[in-house]
Design a protein around this ligand. Structure first.
Ligand SMILES: [Zn+2]
Length: 74
């Protein structure tokens, strides 16, 4: 299982990707530990790779404790 608790809720990789993207995604890879701390609260950061569209692959980073997130998009 790669589901994780994020902001107190269990999320699937697809759901985590949708939270960061703010929209539905086509596909998402298993959630991984990002080995970094949240710049806002110092919480654990997890990452998920996903495809918002056929032509694009994005890696998103999300804090498990607060709403902080970022992607590797230019
Ligand atoms: Zn945080």
């Amino acid at each position: 299982m790669s589901n994780r608790v994020v902001e107190g809720r269990m999320v699937t990789p697809e759901r985590l990707a949708e939270i960061v993207e703010g929209d539905s995604v086509m596909d998402a890879e298993p959630i991984e530990d990002a080995d970094r701390e949240c710049p806002d609260c110092g919480g654990d950061v997890i990452s998920v790779g996903y495809m918002p569209s056929v032509m694009e692959f994005v890696t998103a980073y999300k804090c498990q404790e607060c709403s902080w997130n970022e992607t590797d998009r230019e």
